[in-house]
Design a binder for this molecule. Structure first.
Ligand code: HEM
Ligand SMILES: *[C@@H]1O[C@H](CO)[C@@H](O)[C@H](O)[C@H]1NC(C)=O
Ligand SMILES: *[C@@H]1O[C@H](CO)[C@@H](O)[C@H](O)[C@H]1NC(C)=O
Ligand SMILES: *[C@@H]1O[C@H](CO)[C@@H](O)[C@H](O)[C@H]1NC(C)=O
Ligand SMILES: *[C@@H]1O[C@H](CO)[C@@H](O)[C@H](O)[C@H]1NC(C)=O
Length: 543
């Protein structure tokens, strides 16, 4: 804390000069936006303490349009962006001109090391080239049987828990076990055994339990002000922050240290066999090792990069899918008739295929409502609701829908200065009425079935964003999620298995789930925050 305070003391005067200098360049003054309650905190405390992630942004978008000026800490303007064309420009067109903010890439380094989420510019390009072979459709198809086996082990475990016809289970406890086993099998050819031993102490799961709730949720005032300065502190100094006595940094680092230790052991076991066995091992680790050794010297990942990559995939490929599945099951529990639709689709497909064998990826893709429900859950509950970027040069951002400026003028493009901070509002885009129609805020999987309202679908096609189905949930462009297809296949396999075996209901007495803002969107029961992350659903076996 002492060193942190010192840094703050030195930084404040320097920073004030910087802000005054920047102010001189003018910038977003002509844009409208929500009232900024405080110079020091801007709108940040409102955002980080809102009851349900996104509610504030949704209200602002209704009021001020799809692009607006909001307040960051220390009097700095942030551009909140939900406009399709602007998003396309920043994420897809802009390529590497809109890097992540230094604050972001530093805390990513604390959490996952120097892996793909952290890397930027040419380092990112090099890492992504090496990782791409792991995520081709052809490679991912080979993981499906492993996902299906994990899903059927979950079925077994749930059936053991059910007495007298039904039981209420905390699915937030079970799903990460499933997804950890799945990423273990697929990525590392290593059996974590998290499902088989639900009460056992799995070191990784224990470290991950409530990770974001304990570290990132409801930051202190000091933390907010301190972190906002990181974007203006030289990288050489930032590197030392990893050792500051700070709750979030400590929690993040403890995951990284543990994940790298697990990875190091696996690399030792794998490297020889991956190279020896003539390219037969299909797990991510073996493909990564092969892909890496195929590069020339300077292009290769060094050992720390390989371990960081593993820590990155372990976290990126597990927590994300578990929470997304949790929200999906929650929505389906609220709509039992839709579960029935999914069951009927599965039954019809079985008849068509004419066997009880597990489905292939192409067969899973052919289930219309099942896939629509997965997409709708991704749309309505993006677990990464906002991502931050910074402009690396002066630029002009085009808009789909003009906004009205402070002086009443129509604005159809926004000029920004180098260093402009940008909030990419994934959750707002996913609920724009201009893209999704008047019921954008409601759960309605059918929207992915029908060719909806001509105008809005034409516009969506024109400026489609994201990696698929016009969803921004996996971000987009060169920094878009590399694991989206991996996630889709795993979610399809799990959903089909669960719907085939169980009926889900909201527990008696109702369930008031709150979407908490912890960087990742986490579910808790309103009024029961002390019980931590949870999603209790009533589960019975399908007759
Ligand atoms: C439903 C599941 C998932 C969601 C919603 C999701 C979401 C995202 C988002 C929003 C980003 C961009 C982050 C940013 O720009 O700040 C991202 C990047 C990334 N995701 Fe995912 N993800 C999911 C599953 C996965 C899986 C299964 C893996 C790996 C097996 C994975 C690995 C990554 C990696 C490595 C990146 C960094 C990509 C890059 O910068 O080149 N994700 N993800
Ligand atoms: C971190 O963020 C800055 C943007 O402020 C960027 O220029 C830098 O390259 C980023 N990445 C790394 C790995 O340092
Ligand atoms: C679930 O079990 C409880 C008693 O354990 C019973 O009251 C309730 O009706 C059951 N619900 C369903 C849907 O079977
Ligand atoms: C639900 O599961 C999560 C994740 O394992 C756990 O942290 C939490 O304590 C559980 N909540 C309850 C009420 O069982
Ligand atoms: C599609 O984009 C073009 C230019 O990029 C624009 O002129 C046209 O109006 C757009 N159409 C719709 C329906 O938004």
């Amino acid at each position: 804390m002492l060193s942190a305070s010192l840094v703050l003391l030195v930084s404040v005067p320097l920073f004030t000069f910087y802000v005054l200098y920047r102010r001189g360049r003018g910038s977003l003054k002509h844009l409208r936006g929500p009232p900024v309650p405080s110079w020091l905190f801007g709108n940040q405390r409102q955002l980080r303490f809102q009851a349900d992630v996104g509610d504030l942004e949704f209200e602002w978008v209704r009021e001020y349009g799809e692009v607006m000026r909001t307040g960051g800490c220390w009097g700095i303007d942030q551009l909140l962006v939900a406009d399709p064309r602007a998003l396309q420009y920043i994420l897809q067109g802009g390529g590497y001109h809109y890097p992540k903010r230094a604050e972001m890439n530093e805390s990513t380094r604390h959490l996952m090391g120097r892996g793909l989420v952290w890397a930027s510019g040419s380092v990112h390009q090099r890492q992504r080239r090496i990782l791409n072979p792991v995520f081709t459709a052809q490679q991912l198809r080979t993981f499906l049987p492993q996902f299906q086996q994990c899903a059927s082990r979950l079925t077994q475990k749930w059936k053991e828990q059910i007495e007298n016809g039904n039981t209420t289970l905390n699915v937030s406890r079970w799903l990460p076990r499933l997804t950890l086993d799945a990423i273990g099998d697929a990525a590392f050819d290593y059996h974590f055994g998290a499902l088989d031993d639900p009460d056992g102490k799995n070191e990784l799961l224990e470290c991950l339990d409530n990770l974001f709730a304990d570290s990132t949720l409801y930051p202190s005032k000091f933390d907010m002000l301190f972190r906002a300065l990181w974007d203006h502190i030289p990288e050489s100094v930032l590197k030392c922050f990893e050792y500051l006595p700070n709750k979030e940094i400590h929690r993040f680092r403890s995951f990284k240290v543990l994940a790298k230790r697990v990875a190091a052991q696996l690399v030792r076991e794998k490297t020889t066999s991956a190279l020896a066995s003539e390219a037969t091992s299909r797990d991510v680790m073996s493909v990564l090792v092969r892909s890496n050794t195929a590069q020339e010297g300077k292009r290769m990942l060094d050992e720390d990069e390989v371990l960081s990559q593993m820590a990155t995939l372990l976290l990126g490929g597990h927590e994300t899918i578990a929470s997304t599945l949790g929200w999906l099951l929650y929505e389906l529990a609220k709509h039992p008739e839709q579960q029935q639709t999914i069951r009927e689709e599965i039954k019809a497909l079985r008849m068509k295929v004419g066997s009880d064998a597990e489905f292939s990826v192409a067969e899973l893709d052919s289930l219309p409502f099942t896939n629509a429900a997965i997409k709708e859950s991704l749309r309505l509950h993006p677990i990464s609701p906002t991502i931050n970027r910074i402009a690396d040069r002066d630029d002009v951002i085009p808009l789909s829908t003009p906004i009205v400026g402070t002086n009443g003028d129509q604005i159809s493009e926004v000029a920004i200065a180098k260093g402009q901070e940008i909030m990419v509002s994934i959750c707002s885009y996913n609920r724009l009425t201009s893209v999704w129609g008047a019921d954008a805020h409601e759960w309605n999987p059918k929207r992915f079935l029908e060719d909806r309202d001509e105008k809005s679908s034409a516009q969506a096609k024109n400026t489609s964003v994201g990696v698929f189905s016009n969803l921004l949930t996996f971000a987009a462009g060169v920094r878009g999620c590399i694991g989206w297809r991996f996630a889709m296949i795993e979610m399809q396999a799990v959903l089909v298995e669960l719907m085939d075996n169980f009926e889900l209901r909201i527990p008696e007495g109702g369930l008031d789930i709150q979407r908490l803002p912890a960087g990742m969107m986490i579910p808790m029961i309103r009024g029961k925050m002390h019980e931590g992350v949870q999603m209790p659903l009533q589960i019975s076996i399908v007759e």
